[in-house]
Write a protein that binds this ligand. Structure first.
Ligand code: SF4
Length: 375
């Protein structure tokens, strides 16, 4: 009997194949939910969900061409660009988030990669400030070098977000200004520090189930697996190359969450963009399937998100409790700027520019120029 028990315990496996993942994804939904929920309960408290707050500390004007993103300078969207926020603004927002139940703050800047200098120093100060508020601090700043990862770690960064977005094959249909390999390189740079890795992707960009599985294979075969995996549903924004994409069905989201949970049992699975289009029942099924984090606040970077009060009502209805910070990994210590061991190196890293052409991205940027000229 003991033998049977051991066999039924899920252990983290790092050699998932695309075929195995597709098979899980396509299981009858009742089997899929049961399996995912069972694994979820072995590794997590099923009645606890982390509330995270996403802050756009520098919005718009990005030089990249990610086909889903309204912040790319080349697409004509209604997003207004902003300069880098001040440390005191960020602190005020973090305090507000904390008082409404958030235990994690994720700061996003629309940069291709981090450059050493006063702006990065300011971000490091934001990291120190939020870590001292005893909240998990996460940043998403584009590609970073190993030295920059060390500097963030020293400031007290808890997690670095760098999404793979989709499979390696489909990546070429979404972004032309950098390669999949660059993504993996940044994740590797983060892994050389104690900062945890947050990496996930987006469904609903016109990719196949194979691509969804390909992305999950790429994430789950990293060793260690990312501590955090956000699953986004595309929010199709007018002016971007993906403005015409159909919204994903709730069942696709549930399948994606459940599959992620099964192949990455320890990971924090995050319901990210696209929650506006999900009913409470749909979200409840995602939590049952293993999602254990949501993003709070009326905006997710630039797209609409449910109201905090609505979310708190949902928590009450479902009997969920917000997760406390530093459950799996303890709070990092903050080293003050003047005691830093890592000086800026002013490196000029060679991030790739694959330079292939994506027709729909090109068309969308053309449209942007036309309407711009019309003014
Ligand atoms: S997703 Fe990030 S890197 Fe890509 S265009 Fe948007 S802000 Fe830039």
């Amino acid at each position: 009997m003991a033998h049977h028990k051991i066999a039924s315990m899920s252990i983290t496996k790092h050699n998932w194949t695309k075929e195995e993942v597709i098979e899980i994804y396509n299981k009858p939904i009742m089997d899929l939910l049961y399996e995912a929920a069972s694994i979820h309960r072995e590794h997590h408290d099923p009645n606890v969900v982390q509330v995270s707050t996403l802050l756009s500390i520098k919005t718009g004007g990005c030089p990249e061409d990610c086909g889903y993103c309204p912040q790319a300078a080349r697409y004509h969207t209604s997003v207004e660009g902003n300069d880098l926020m001040s440390v005191s603004q960020v602190k005020a927002q973090a305090l507000r988030a904390k008082s409404s139940g958030s235990s994690r703050v994720c700061m996003g800047a629309a940069w291709r990669n981090v450059k050493d200098g006063p702006e990065f120093d300011q971000v490091l100060e934001m990291v120190r400030t939020i870590n001292k508020l005893e909240m998990e601090v996460c940043c998403t700043l584009g590609m970073i070098t190993e030295n920059q990862a060390h500097r963030l770690a020293e400031a007290g960064l808890y997690a670095y977000n760098h999404n793979l977005d989709t499979s390696e094959e489909y990546y070429k249909e979404v972004i032309s200004t950098r390669g999949f390999g660059d993504r993996l390189q940044t994740i590797e740079n983060v892994r050389k520090t104690n900062v945890t890795v947050c990496s996930g992707g987006i469904i609903g960009m016109g990719e196949s189930i194979e691509d969804r599985a390909g992305m999950l294979v790429a994430l789950s075969t990293l060793n260690p697996q990312p501590e955090s995996v956000p699953i986004n549903a595309l929010v199709a924004v007018e002016g971007t190359p993906m403005e015409e994409e159909k919204p994903v069905e709730i069942w696709e989201m549930i399948r994606m969450v459940a599959t992620t949970r099964i192949i990455m049992p320890e990971t924090q699975v995050r319901l990210s963009a696209g929650r506006m289009n999900m009913s409470r029942e749909g979200q409840a099924m995602c939590f049952f399937a293993g999602a254990n984090s949501i993003f709070a606040g009326d905006k997710l970077l630039t797209t609409p998100n449910p109201d905090v009060n609505e979310d708190m009502k949902m928590f009450e209805t479902l009997g969920l409790k917000p997760q406390k910070p530093f459950i799996k990994v303890s709070q990092p210590t903050t080293v003050e700027a003047e005691n830093s061991q890592f000086a800026p190196l002013d490196e000029k890293p060679k991030w790739s520019r694959p330079g292939h052409v994506i027709e729909k991205n090109l068309e969308a940027s053309g449209k942007g120029k036309q309407s711009f000229n019309a003014f």
